[in-house]
Design a protein around this ligand. Structure first.
Ligand SMILES: C[S@@+](CC[C@H](N)C(=O)[O-])C[C@H]1O[C@@H](n2cnc3c(N)ncnc32)[C@H](O)[C@@H]1O
Length: 205
């Protein structure tokens, strides 16, 4: 029995979506088990798009397990083609939504570092809750990392940059490290479209 069987009076559409979500989560869990040892420490990129940055990073760091996730299947397919072309065994791209992914990622899997490059800015105030960077997310990431583990964030959107700096400053889990260098430079698909950008690096307290 999955948890949708327990609530018989739910509208049919909602019930179907819950069942789809359960199926997605099962697929993601199976995939993770196939790819990683149970206590893997991974370099994690959320919203990896076409995989330019992570593929380039993985080529320089073949010893590191790298995982990029993105909501859009076509982008993940392109990222996987880059990985296959270069035969990078420890680089993985997965179609997944960040919240759903973190919910089912086994707690033994930890992050070496986390990277957000040009995440959707959701500029209207009423949409700010859709931004990936939220207090709960900062906590979820930090608890999978060791003290000193780093968070790399880059955006072309000043308002999203300010938002992220503010949330990091208010978080008891993170402190901004203004002296740290950028992990790896490689122009992403979206970076290429932008005139400029802002970057912030923080580390787990
Ligand atoms: C503006 S694009 C940037 C892509 C890439 N990082 C780059 O710089 O080219 C933002 C990406 O984040 C993905 N995304 C947005 N919300 C997401 C979520 N909740 N979980 C996973 N991916 C998400 C989108 O599908 C999109 O590909």
């Amino acid at each position: 029995m999955d948890n949708t069987d327990a609530i018989p009076s739910m509208p049919e559409g909602y019930l179907k979506e819950l069942k789809r979500a359960e199926a997605r989560k099962t697929d993601i869990s199976k995939q993770i088990q196939e790819w990683f040892p149970s206590e893997a420490k991974i370099l994690f990129e959320a919203g990896c798009g076409h995989g330019h940055w992570l593929t380039s990073y993985a080529m320089e760091h073949p010893e590191q397990i790298c995982l990029g996730i993105d909501l859009i299947a076509g982008r993940v397919d392109k990222a996987n083609k880059k990985k296959d072309k270069r035969d990078l065994q420890d680089l993985h791209f997965l179609k997944a939504e960040l919240g759903e992914f973190l919910e089912i990622l086994p707690k033994e899997v930890t992050f070496e570092a986390v990277v957000f490059l040009f995440p959707d800015p959701w500029p209207k105030a009423r949409h700010h809750k859709k931004r990936m960077i939220q207090d709960a997310l900062l906590e979820q990431l930090a608890i999978r990392m060791e003290s000193g583990g780093k968070f790399y964030f880059r955006t072309d959107d000043q308002s999203y940059f300010d938002w992220t700096v503010e949330h990091l400053n208010e978080s008891k889990f993170w402190k901004i490290n203004s002296d740290a260098g950028w992990l790896h430079e490689e122009t992403t698909y979206f970076q290429n479209l932008m005139e400029g950008y802002y970057s912030v690096i923080a580390e787990v307290v």
